[in-house]
Design a protein. Sequence first.
Length: 215
Amino acid sequence: MRFSDPSQRRDSYHHGHLREALMEAALRLIAERGPAGFTFAEAARAAGVSAAAPYRHFRDRNALIAEIARLGFERFTAELETAWADGRPDPLTAMENCGMAYLRFARREPAAYAAMFGTGLPLDEDPDLRRAGERAFGVLRRASEAVCAVVPADRRPPALMVALHIWAMSHGIASLFVGQSEAGRRKLPMSPEDLLEAGVLIYLQSLGLAAGRAS
């Protein structure tokens, strides 16, 4: 979901688009205050509707944020799939492309990214959100399995471990650059892309996984 023209929000509501209007309002509030920085009533007010109106579509504020996160994971998964490109031109390069896609998504959609990763919502209460997150991680796991497959079985590291490490590295670097004001952001001597590329390469080399790049 992307922000629409604010002048259209009330008209959209009258045409039955209350759900989308609430989600857009919540995204704006997340961008301004963070996922925990507003109430359900404030989301309604930002959408230009009554405090009771959101209950037509969402059980409570957590359900609203969970739906934003779920849709964010769907877009995120699609972008990771595109970056992975079935391992082309080779698994190592495609893995690095996934990391770059991770950073691009976090930079381009910081409010959705915050809803996806910064809320601490209980996933057991929302199976759809849990499955959406698992599908996104599944792309990294498949990429890790393909990268690990170049190593003989007796020296092959666990693909799940590699996927978790790449995920943690990508998420950590994204967190250094996303969701903070320019003034409050720590100055780093490398771009996030260069930092991630170097980190992934050094990590994969340490495991003997940096072979097999297409020339």
